[in-house]
Design a protein around this ligand. Sequence first.
Ligand SMILES: O=C(O)CCC(=O)C(=O)O
Length: 272
Amino acid sequence: MSNQIDGDEYRISEEDKDHFAECGYVHLRGLLTAEDVSELEGTYDRFLRREIEVPGKDYCDMAGDYGREPEDFSIINVMLPRRYYPQWQGNIFERRAASAARQLCGDGMAIDYDQLLAKQPYKEDAVFAWHQDMAYWPDTPDTRTATFWLAIDDSTIANGCMRFVPATNRERELRPHTPQFGDRGDSHALGTDLMESDEPVPVPISRGDVTVHNERVMHGSGGNSTAGFRRAYVIAFRSEDTVAIERQLGFTHSHNDSGDVLNQVGVEGQTR
Ligand SMILES: O=C(O)CCC(=O)C(=O)O
């Protein structure tokens, strides 16, 4: 059976579920139709143009430190768009992704955070270093995750599509991560090196498709050498219990969370 849309539901084939479990990521074609994407796009671009207010470090560059001026950003990052524009809550991407998260991870999954990641044209440094998301996050007993990465533009090797190292989700230890641009007060980005045995797989996808990855798989992306944007809309699901623990710690995935909270996770995560 191939994947199919039925209203808010997206039915995932057994083959794709197995791929997610084995490799730590999967490409789901057509989670959203062209019309669905167009419906989201107007709001997405209003965020990029700063017509919707996003406070402090939640509008930042993921390819540099917080000191960069917006006109110099290489990867425009908008954290928590659903917080700053509540009208977006319950949109078609959230609904279909919730259906897919349930099939991939089971019941009791909740939206932990959302994020817009737009690589500007001709930005060779719009690179996401190799990393595992758990290096950024508090460790909790239930680590189930499904992070949905929706292509607003066709995502290609030339404009910096996602790439994964399959099955690294099954390694026992997290790899050691270090901050990429100063310390965590200067920028958010963490990274780690590939090992010689790693065999990365680029995953180009079309507008309306998603990749979904889990908390431990190694992933990253290259720069944008094209004349167009590479726009992505990310929604991360974790278990309801995990989200509750994070919030008790004061961890909301906002870059404006207190430094004390951010320092409890991140680089120190390398020992987990
Ligand atoms: O957008 C990208 O290139 C990377 C995104 C990413 O690492 C993530 O969503 O976990």
